[in-house]
Design a protein around this ligand. Structure first.
Ligand SMILES: C[S@@+](CC[C@H](N)C(=O)[O-])C[C@H]1O[C@@H](n2cnc3c(N)ncnc32)[C@H](O)[C@@H]1O
Length: 250
């Protein structure tokens, strides 16, 4: 049984409905083995004490959270670039979780599988995965615990009748405002016109967040520490210009 099954069934309240895909194409042998044999070593469960100094394999100065990491390129790149920071990545899509494990271990094909799977030598042990809906994890995260939250290219749910499914919504903003440290950053990137307007309206109406942009260049160009993601590449290929919206927790 994968941890995702345990996580959902262990929750005391009924799980919130998730509208995206949990699995895509058949996952090949190498990545299936990573899910079975390596994910438990780097995975969070409902029992994990997030305040434990041993949460990561190394001491960390601060903790960042990426919600919906997709194929994991951004969180893998950030965790490599910031070895003193702990990263928690949440993703429901099993193929994406498997891809992140592949980035962490360098294993892509079955013939690369060693007897004992470990991190690539250039990586420190500063990344943990919640392989389920982040809303199930929220109540486990203490107040003012997270320095940065990344919500990158969230599903836009462009139809009006699906607007309640958009991740940036009042309930989730209550949780993000609670778990972010004062001065912490919520970064939302999107290439979707409707989602951009939606995010700006939601966050401008919320006095707990202030937009950090001083001029157009600040949000039309990727921030300095940016790592390109799969959906960003797709947007650029298809001629859509992403925006990068950073909000500071007041
Ligand atoms: C459009 S994709 C973007 C993926 C990635 N951030 C990128 O830029 O390539 C949105 C991702 O968010 C994930 N997601 C949506 N809601 C989520 C939730 N409540 N908890 C965890 N992951 C979620 C979906 O499974 C999906 O993989």
């Amino acid at each position: 049984m994968l941890l995702t099954d345990c996580q959902t069934s262990a929750a005391s309240e009924p799980a919130p409905k998730f509208y995206g895909r949990r699995q895509g194409r058949r996952i090949r042998k190498a990545k299936t083995t990573l899910l079975e044999a390596f994910l438990p070593a780097v995975s969070l469960t409902l029992e994990t004490d997030l305040t434990s100094p041993d949460l990561f394999g190394i001491p960390v100065k601060e903790i960042c959270l990426e919600i919906g990491f997709g194929n994991g390129e951004h969180i893998a790149g950030q965790s490599l670039a910031h070895p003193g920071t702990g990263f928690i990545g949440a993703e429901v899509f099993k193929n994406g979780v498997a891809n992140l494990l592949s980035l962490m271990t360098g294993i892509k094909e079955a013939d690369q599988l060693p007897e004992k799977i470990s991190l690539l030598p250039d990586r420190v042990d500063n990344l943990r995965i919640w392989s389920d809906d982040v809303r199930l994890l929220f109540d486990r995260i203490p107040d003012a615990f997270i320095t940065k939250v990344f919500v990158l290219f969230p599903d836009p749910w462009p139809k009006k009748r699906h607007a309640f499914r958009r991740f940036i919504n009042p309930d989730n903003l209550n949780q993000l405002a609670r778990i972010l440290k004062p001065g912490g950053i919520l970064r939302v990137a999107t290439d979707h016109k409707i989602y951009k307007g939606w995010t700006l309206r939601q966050l401008h109406a919320d006095p707990r967040f202030e937009w950090t942009a001083a001029c157009g260049n600040d949000w039309k160009h990727a921030p300095a520490d940016w790592v390109e993601t799969k959906y960003q590449r797709k947007a650029l290929r298809e001629g859509r210009k992403p925006v990068f919206l950073d909000y500071r927790r007041v």
